[in-house]
Structure formats: structure tokens, C-alpha cells
Write a protein of this length. Sequence first.
Length: 240
Amino acid sequence: MGAAPAINAGVEMAAAGADWIDVGGESTRPGSTPVPADEEERRVVPVIAGLVERLGARVRLSVDTYKASTAQAALAAGATVVNDISGGLLDPALLDVAAAGGAAVVLGHLRGAPATMMDDVAFGDVVAEVIAELTGRVTAARRAGCREIWVDPGIGFGKRMEHNLALLRRLPDLCAAVEVPVMVGVSRKAFLGQLTGRPAGERVYATAAAVTVAVRGGARAVRVHDVQAMRDVVLVADAI
């Protein structure tokens, strides 16, 4: 199939109002199988290069990876952001790669690996623990030399529905504590399906509600699938 469908999808997202396009070559859903670095690079590098050619500097391009070698290849192809669901824990060299490349980093919260992250979920105070662990990753990124740092509380990553709801409910506390911009990803996630009984493709209204809460809670960016619809949600929530 090649890179063309993904490139076209990215161009359509930009036309619909996306500010960033996030390119990933490995599913990190619970229970997912890891992809070797060379295969991940084969998937993402042509897409990033194609988006650079089609879009230029109109949008930011990020690579969704926890592997340092993939991040390095993606930055060489034109990405300017490294989005790591593990915040540099799964491959500590990733932070050095991002710093050396002058890239922004998004540090996600994750305990363990995607394949096993839902096996033994345990939190006392999920918000306090996520704040503490993200703060540690911010410190590590700064020590590596990263300058633009974002955090992502990792909604759905090693967290059950009650943990996801608590993080969204207390997002203002988290935003105040981490002292860097916060990105939130809730789009079509499983906890929305648990609440509504809807399959992933029918969660646009549930996503809109969660995105509204995230924006009102202080999120500076939201990761979404339905760009045009969620852009309107963000515009209204932000204006209010």
C-alpha cells in the first residue's frame, strides 16, 4: 500500500484544522505486540518525509515512538516533535536524541510496557502519583538538554476507568503542578466505550465531552481523530 494513504490522511487533517500531525508506526494499545525498530522506521519515515513535502512548515510533525533510533530517523526526515508514551523510560537514549535534534518532547505517563500495562494496575492517589512521576520525567528531559517539554497524563495507558475519570476531574491540579504545557489524549478511548456502550467509531460525542473537560481543565493541546468536529469543540470550550 505504501505511504500515500497516510500522507493523504495527514494532509486532510491539516486542512481540517490540525496544528500538529502525529505519525506512529506501532500500536500501543493494551496487549499490543512490539514492532522492531527497523520496521517502525520503514513505516514512519516515508510518511514524515511526504508530509514535509506536501505541507512544509504549515503544521508541526511529531513522531509517536519510544525508540531512540526511530526518533532519530524521524527527526532527520523532518519531524520536530518526539511524542513518547513512556516519557523516556522505555529507551532513555530517546531524550538525548530529542535534545541533540532540537526537538520538542511530549512525555507520556506509563508504567511498564504497552503489552502488559493493564495486567496489574494499582494506584493509591492516581493524580498525585502521575504528577510525581511526570515531574521526574520533566527533570530527566531537562537534564538531557530538552528545551520545549510537554507532558501527557496517559489517559488509558495502564489506567482503569476510575483513574481516567479522576485525572480528567482533577486536571487543573495536574496542570498547575507540572509547570509545563499539558497534552491530553481521550479520543475514542476504551473508557468512553465503557461509559456509553458505543464502539470506537461511534464515540464522537463522548470524545467531545471529554475534550471539553480537558480544555476547561487546562490542557494546551488535545490529540484527536475527528479533527474538524473536535476543532469546533476546542474553539467553543476555549472561548468559554
